[in-house]
Design a protein around this ligand. Structure first.
Ligand code: BGC
Length: 677
């Protein structure tokens, strides 16, 4: 490790040109180094579910070599559903080791933006609607990453909760609300997680752009939080050379190859030479870059090397996926299913669909991805005849006049068929045909499983767009309703990054499993949960509403508006809103069933141990894990309750355990607490 004096000395030796070259992109995911002083370039890569595939240096064209396949980890929403800090650490560790193994310095994750509405296209990249759950898991994730001499980069600071107009929208939100809901995860990740870097957001916050915000980056992050790590812009989020120079930002990254024209390149150099911007501001940025490099042992000492695609990594991905599956309904104990089936029909495009290579910057080249269909087949083996029917399809027909940008960039497989009316007609026909085929086949089977949900097609779980509503896409509701008439005991598996409206069929359905984007072993985990090799222990890290009108952002705030979005919902996000306003959602935050039953007893605060002590008994006949959630009751003008602690324990049938759920953060004392399992 170099001393601070040595770092200062190095800054003194740099020319203005060299300094300028270090504070902006010199490739899409790289800055320039200064070889004569032994300063290497800084190499970034996207996360958060794995290390992103390689692009050519100066374009968005993929390299398409065979060396960038990687371990595909469950998305952050899935991780949050585990309510398991150890798994968050393990996830981070896999990512960090793979990032180092791929020669990266900074991994662009985790995303800790709060899930303010189920419509947000990037919800799958984020953890939860709850600041406490988000920060507890993100801190562990970051520690896991950084032990590999790779920096995590917590993003997107601040109030980046929608994709609509994401590059410019002005988020109007009170500072107290930011401090209570939207900032705590960033604060804890930087402070407690010692996260080496932070990414600013695209959006404006109360008038100014996030990536060059002189109040939030300087007064809050740098001065108040005393942060000396690296602050990088989101890609293309800088808009002004002077503001960028004066803000706490260190490195400007963007999406075009005209690097010298970046705001923090030649235009900034000119301003410095004209005496309009002080060079000292640039020195501070260089200092932060060198501090980061020093922390990663890039300048001196021995740096860890990492590797990727190991068996341990795949096992970790499976473990997380298994604990993330949430059992939402299981009337008459329909699940788990018997493995000794003669024949089984699996219906639904998501049973067979691979998701890794989609979603925007979170896209990955997974070494492999086990679909639910493959998971089921490999679990049951050759003695069960498993038949598959697609049942519905994503939109594959497009009108000639429709925008071609996305299909080019996302390699979408679409057929151009003339007008958009013609495309709609063809799609309707195809869906009817697929539905009828599935319904005909269903009549021949006693055992059917439906697998549907969202995908990463733009407008669903994908960067750059929000969802228009939370209806299941591609007429899945019609298909599910018809199938339930034929087989009322059909288990339904849904995968996606957040809530869907289930009202059309939920009362008729008996068994429902929620599977997120579970990474490369997601399909294995779903199959194991369906057939009882895994006892589901996931909990919803967010409220599942019947409809968005039950969500505070829509009921009393604004969401998805262009130009300006006002957060009138204040702190009433997620369950804070439904509790306060007496709304009973479809499934509440923290909900999740098991194949066994647990009983909670006792329950008292131990102020000396800073813990809530209670006793849990497994009263059923299967072993299982259970999360104990401890809430603090609010006073009159506060939310009814807020999550203040959680722990996950494993219990054999009949076993009884005392649990001490740690309550941190000054949340202890002077309040009432209660536990929920
Ligand atoms: C996204 C970031 C991402 C960056 C680099 C941006 O468009 O908002 O999350 O890390 O691109 O790919």
């Amino acid at each position: 490790m170099l001393t601070n004096e040595k770092i200062k000395e190095m800054i003194g030796e740099l020319t203005l040109d060299e300094k300028i070259s270090m504070i902006h992109g010199a490739a899409f995911f790289e800055t320039a180094g200064v070889p004569r002083l032994g300063i290497p370039p800084l190499v970034f890569s996207d996360g958060p579910m794995g290390v992103r595939l390689e692009f050519k240096k100066d374009s968005w064209e993929k390299k398409n070599l065979s060396d960038d396949y990687i371990t595909y980890l469950p998305c952050n929403s899935a991780l949050a559903a585990t309510f398991n800090r150890e798994l968050a650490y393990e996830t981070g560790s896999v990512l960090g080791e793979e990032a180092r193994g791929r020669g990266k310095d900074v991994i662009l994750g985790p995303g800790v933006n709060i899930k303010r509405s189920p419509l947000c296209g990037r919800n799958f990249e984020y953890f939860s609607e709850d600041p406490y759950l988000t920060k507890e898991l993100a801190v562990e994730y970051v520690k896991g990453v950084q032990q590999w001499d790779v920096a995590a980069c917590v993003k997107h600071f601040l109030a980046n909760n929608q994709e609509t107009d994401r590059l410019a929208v002005d988020t109007i939100v009170d500072e107290e609300v930011l401090r209570e809901i939207y900032m705590p995860a960033f604060y804890d990740v930087l402070k407690r997680g010692n996260c080496y870097s932070l990414m600013g957001s695209y959006n404006r916050i109360n008038g100014k752009f996030g990536s060059q915000h002189t109040h939030y980056l300087n007064e809050v992050v740098r001065d108040e939080w005393e942060y000396d790590g690296l602050i990088v812009s989101d890609w293309g989020a800088v808009h002004d050379s002077v503001e960028a120079a004066e803000s706490g930002l260190d490195v400007e990254m963007s999406v075009t190859a005209d690097y010298d024209d970046y705001f923090m390149a030649e235009p900034l150099k000119k301003l410095i030479m004209e005496g309009k911007v002080s060079e000292e501001l640039i020195d501070k940025k260089i200092e932060h870059i060198l501090i980061l490099m020093n922390r990663l042992n890039m300048l001196d000492g021995e740096r860890r090397s990492g590797t990727y695609n190991t068996e341990e990594h795949r096992k970790a991905a499976l473990k997380v996926a298994e604990e993330s599956v949430v059992l939402l309904k299981n009337d008459k104990n329909i699940l788990p299913l018997d493995k000794k089936l003669k024949k089984l029909l699996v219906i639904g495009e998501n049973a067979d669909k691979l998701h890794a290579l989609g979603g925007g910057s979170a896209e990955l080249k997974a070494l492999y991805e086990i679909s639910p269909l493959m998971g089921i087949k490999k679990l049951l083996g050759g003695n069960t005849k498993v038949e598959y029917a697609k049942g519905y399809s994503e939109d594959i027909f497009r009108g000639d006049e429709e925008d071609k940008w996305q299909e080019r960039s996302l390699d979408l497989n679409v057929e151009r068929v003339g007008s958009s009316e013609e495309a709609d007609r063809r799609m309707k026909e195809l869906r009817e045909q697929l539905r009828n085929e599935a319904l005909e086949l269903a009549k021949e089977y006693e055992n059917i499983i439906f697998v549907g949900g969202y995908d990463h097609v733009p407008g669903h779980d994908s960067e750059g767009d929000d969802k228009a509503d939370i209806k299941l896409p591609y007429d899945q509701d019609i298909l599910i309703k018809e199938l339930l008439k034929i087989r009322p005991d059909m288990p339904i598996v849904l995968t996606g990054g957040s809530d869907v409206d289930m009202r059309e069929w939920i009362d008729d359905a008996h068994a429902l499993l929620w599977g997120w984007y579970g990474g490369m072993e997601g399909g294995t985990a779903i199959a194991k949960a369906l057939f009882g090799d895994v006892n589901p222990s996931g909990r919803l890290p967010e409220t599942f509403y019947h409809d968005i009108s039950e969500c505070g952002a829509h009921a009393i705030g604004q969401y998805g508006t262009v130009g300006r979005v006002e957060y009138h919902d204040g702190i009433y996000v997620g369950y804070r809103y439904t509790d306060k306003f007496g709304v009973t959602p479809q499934f509440p935050f923290g909900y999740g069933l098991s194949y066994t039953t647990f009983e909670l007893s006792g329950g008292q605060l131990d102020t000396e141990a800073d813990a809530y002590i209670c006793t849990v008994k497994n009263t059923g006949s299967r072993a299982g894990k259970v999360s104990v959630l401890v809430y603090m009751k609010g006073k009159q003008d506060e939310p009814e309750k807020v999550l203040a602690g959680f722990d996950k324990i494993y219990l054999e049938p009949g076993e009884v355990k005392d649990v001490a759920v740690c309550i941190t953060d000054g949340m202890i004392g002077g309040r009432e607490y209660f536990a929920y399992i």
